[in-house]
Design a protein. Sequence first.
Length: 174
Amino acid sequence: MAGREPVEVTNLDRYDHPVLPWSRAEEALATSMPSPSVPSFLGTVRPDGRPSSAGVGAVWLDGGVYFTSSPGARKARNLAQNPNCTFSVRLGGIDVVAEGEAARVTDPDTLMRLAAIYWEAGWPAEVEGDAFTAPFNAPSAGPPPWHLYRMRVATVFGVATAEPYGAARWRFDG
């Protein structure tokens, strides 16, 4: 993660390929998101233990996954009860699944920084108070405001879908 190195690396490849370097996954995450052409999914846990998954417009920044949610959306309600979540994305040459915990971000500087990143990607987000507004969002997003969340990543799995092939698990300190 930008400036963070894994504390444990496990080669999961069953075909004798060398272990995938973390830099390959990190570079793909940093250069591919956010983009409307890169679908990504957040997995959360409902209060009754059932899984829930939702598409999100995500940003990889400073070793974390940022995404937004309406306060009333299922994912926000789930995270309020249980911050454990997953993030899945297919990037050029590598599939990535991350596990960690998400928390709401209200820091004005971080909100402004992420609003600018979303703006550059085509979503004209603006900071209003401690959340985002915009003239549009995904059809299922609900009305503004939209809260910003950061997933602190603990474990990442990567499976290369292009040469050099391989599969790895990277674990990070809290």
